[in-house]
Design a binder for this molecule. Structure first.
Ligand SMILES: Nc1ncnc2c1ncn2[C@@H]1O[C@H](COP(=O)(O)O)[C@@H](O)[C@H]1OP(=O)(O)O
Ligand SMILES: [Mg+2]
Ligand SMILES: [Mg+2]
Ligand SMILES: [Mg+2]
Length: 353
């Protein structure tokens, strides 16, 4: 029996339910994009998914703290936006009645929805049980029909114990070739994957469903025998990681395959299942602090699948100091056996040896 069996079940079902909502937003609605203070986009899907996940967590673990990306301030001022999101949230449930009941059933009112969204305001830290939520990671990918992920992780005393990634646009088949997006004309058929990891218990994938949990299989990273034949993933957005440095590193490693550009933590999931090999996220700006909700689940899933994840200085990602990874710069994720070699070239190219 897993030490975090209940947390894992709730987390997976909560992500699965939230993914139903994000898919509805994509297929049925104008996306309802609004700009945040930092000019990044947020959609009605981000708010709705965050409300549904937090409602499920509060029902099951009322004492736990939550660090989530979004807040309800804009919704409190904008009745139209608020009621559009409420319509979505109240109309989204798992089709399996038992699974829906485990999550506590529907949110009772529009006011409760706002309250749930704002429970995500914990400062994080090194003490106690804290969940990290990114309701839609890769909002830009979501908007353009590419990859995005619904992300949830549980940290206990600053250490990630459970991580779940719902990736509605990734192929179900772990062996499917690595692609960055939904090619035009593609349908949802054969897509939608739920990845999980529990510390010291491995990582799994299973198809996303609209009801209860499908059966899962273990995933593991591919061992790299010839680094020149490796494939590496990077952000689509050049503003999020340095395509130039990454290309130079790939070249120095002898990698000839073009990089696979993909939004969101779907990159962590893709290397964890062995579809890709390496994920590089090299800083563009020295001042940007990565957010814990952008990495907590992916970091654990990759490590549990046989990978190593560090920053550019070779330090493990430190989730214990608040809402950001203030002690880290960039991300280097690779199979354990190849990580040192990749990191050495990263440091050579960045001139930090
Ligand atoms: N300057 C930046 N450097 C690195 N990541 C960033 C930067 N600006 C935004 N992000 C975050 O990168 C994540 C997407 O990563 P990816 O490029 O791998 O798809 C988003 O969570 C996004 O945050 P936000 O949600 O605030 O837009
Ligand atoms: Mg965002
Ligand atoms: Mg994000
Ligand atoms: Mg987000």
């Amino acid at each position: 029996m897993s030490s975090y069996a209940k947390e894992l079940e709730i987390a997976q079902l909560a992500v699965q339910r939230a993914a139903i909502l994000t898919k509805r937003v994509f297929h049925e609605k104008a996306k309802g994009t609004v700009s945040k203070d930092d000019k990044s986009p947020v959609t009605i899907g981000d708010f709705g998914a965050q409300a549904l996940i937090i409602a499920a967590l509060k029902h099951n673990f009322p004492e736990d703290e939550i660090v989530a990306e979004e807040e309800a301030a804009q919704l409190r001022e904008d009745a139209n936006l608020r009621s559009t999101i409420w319509d979505l949230v109240k109309g989204t449930s798992l089709s399996d009645a038992d699974a829906e009941a485990v999550l506590g059933g529907p949110i009772k009112s529009e006011d409760d929805m706002l309250t749930f969204i704002d429970y995500g305001n914990s400062k994080g830290g090194a003490k106690g049980r804290i969940w990290a939520i990114d309701p839609i990671d890769g909002t830009k990918g979501f908007l353009r029909g590419g990859q995005y992920a619904v992300c949830l992780a549980l940290m206990v005393d600053g250490d990630v114990k459970v991580g779940v990634l719902g990736c509605p646009n990734l192929p179900i088949d772990d062996a499917a070739p690595l692609t960055g997006g939904m090619e035009s004309g593609q349908t949802d058929e054969g897509r939608g994957c739920l990845f999980s990891g529990v510390l010291d218990e491995g990582a799994t994938s299973r198809p996303l469903t609209t009801g209860g949990l499908a059966s899962s299989q273990k995933i593991s990273m591919k061992a790299i025998t010839d680094i020149a034949a490796a494939s590496f993933c990077e952000s689509v957005e050049a503003g999020h990681s340095s395509h130039g440095d990454q290309a130079e590193i790939a070249k120095k490693l002898g990698i000839t395959n073009p990089s696979v550009r993909m939004d969101s933590q779907a990159k962590y999931a893709s290397i964890a299942r062995g579809a890709g090999d390496i994920y590089l996220r090299l800083p563009v700006k020295a001042t940007y602090q990565e957010k814990i909700w952008d990495h907590a689940a992916g970091d654990l899933i990759v490590r549990e699948a046989g990978g190593a994840v560090t920053d550019i200085h070779g330090k493990r990602l430190d989730f214990s100091i608040g809402r950001t990874l203030a002690n880290n710069k960039g991300v280097v994720a690779a199979p354990t056996g190849a990580h040192a070699q990749v990191l050495a070239v990263v440091q050579e190219v960045l001139g930090i040896k």
